[in-house]
Design a protein around this ligand. Structure first.
Ligand code: CA
Length: 223
């Protein structure tokens, strides 16, 4: 899952990016409204964390512009504690949720998890596909109740497929959602990681759909 953090406070931006990366996301960062708006309109993020008070273009304007452009990426806004009007303006501009500053990082992480699972159509943090279960809160994967050890790359790939279970996902989409903008994007890498994952989970769960991509599913006939 790939996220964008738009926050002009360099320390806070770094803290957010670090915490989100540790939680298993890929994170791009922007430090002003124009840069943030540009990235949000050109890159296919899974969710965006957007500060309201930003130089060059304020967060509300950035959000309004995205929504006018039909960009539907879920957005969590960061608001100053006593500015209730920012929360109202932000939600009306198309934000999906908000966190007031100062916040506990755990709250941001929980709200991001909720945004992601809702936007992908899941009600719970635990998503099951056959005997495989992914807990997005603890980033734990089990098969038949046994924990499977995954590298961070393998986890990100599996989490993306699990969130989009029963859907065919192209290699291009995987590359776009699993690596940040500076990554040298080579879709052969995806094949290597899929191969490694298949050795760790029931191998028939990830199906190759020739010419289209991959599908994580227990139902072979639907693909
Ligand atoms: Ca700010």
């Amino acid at each position: 899952m790939r996220l964008l953090v738009v926050e002009d406070d360099a320390d806070l931006n770094r803290q957010l990016a670090t915490a989100l990366e540790e939680a298993g996301y890929v994170v791009d960062v922007a430090f002003d409204g124009e840069e943030g708006h540009f990235l949000g309109e050109t890159e296919p993020y899974d969710a965006i964390i957007l500060d309201i008070g930003l130089p060059s273009m304020d967060g509300i304007s950035v959000l309004e512009k995205w929504r006018r452009e039909e960009i539907k990426i879920p957005v969590l806004i960061l608001t100053a504690r006593d500015r209730w009007s920012d929360k109202v303006a932000g939600m009306d501009a198309g934000a999906d949720d908000y966190v007031s500053k100062p916040f506990h990082m755990e709250e941001v992480l929980a709200r991001v998890r909720a945004l992601l699972r809702r936007s992908k159509g899941h009600a719970s943090n635990e998503i099951e596909v056959g005997t495989l279960r992914l807990d997005t809160k603890s980033a734990r994967v089990t098969v038949d109740g046994t924990t499977i050890k995954l590298t961070s790359h393998e986890y990100r790939l599996l989490a993306y497929l699990v969130h989009h279970k029963d859907k065919v996902i192209s290699r291009t989409e995987l590359v776009e959602h699993l690596y940040d903008q500076d990554f040298d994007r080579d879709s052969n890498t995806i094949e290597v990681f899929v191969g490694r994952l298949r050795k760790k989970i029931p191998s028939d769960l990830i199906q190759t759909v020739r010419g289209l991509g991959y599908c994580l599913s227990t139902n072979e006939n639907e693909v």
